[in-house]
Design a protein around this ligand. Sequence first.
Ligand code: 5GP
Length: 179
Amino acid sequence: MDINKLKILFDENQIQERIKEIGNELNKLYGEEEVIAVCVLKGAVMFAADLVKHLKMPLKLEFIRLSSYNGGTSTSGKVNAVNIALPDLNEKNVLIIEDIVDTGLTAKFLLDFINCNFHTKSTKFCSLLDKKVTRLTDVDPDYYGFEVDDKFLIGYGLDYDGFYRNLKYIGYIDKSDLE
Ligand code: 5GP
């Protein structure tokens, strides 16, 4: 893939401004209550790291690893729990932090897992991006940064074959340029 063909959708400034706004909303929601934030690796690592810096309540940050893409540009339709070790979430406020909700299969898998194993005080799902048009489930994020079209997005945590997660911006590449 030629990185020069990447078209910028959200630049660093837009992303950081929106994250600050989401942080303010979450501060209002939780007040002084303790929160366990669960970052879904690998894609949400940038978003989670920037978001939690704005959060003022006592907070623990946990990481789990799920995967539904097999290095390609579309979901395999099956979610793999690569590492889903979580602490006791009973009676806790759980904030799931994800990069993007596409079909919603990953979100549904994780929410079902949490609901089956714990009786949380609250569970909220926060995703930087929401690709509503491709949804195959009835799961929607409680908070999201930007709604996006059905494009393959790259950067700021989102990869192309493992690369480009480190970009400060989010861009897309036309399918014809993906060779
Ligand atoms: P879902 O299970 O909602 O279909 O997909 C969730 C996961 O698929 C995301 O966490 C992300 O890793 C991956 N994904 C979905 N859309 C995109 C995209 O446009 N670009 C990249 N790089 N990954 C995506």
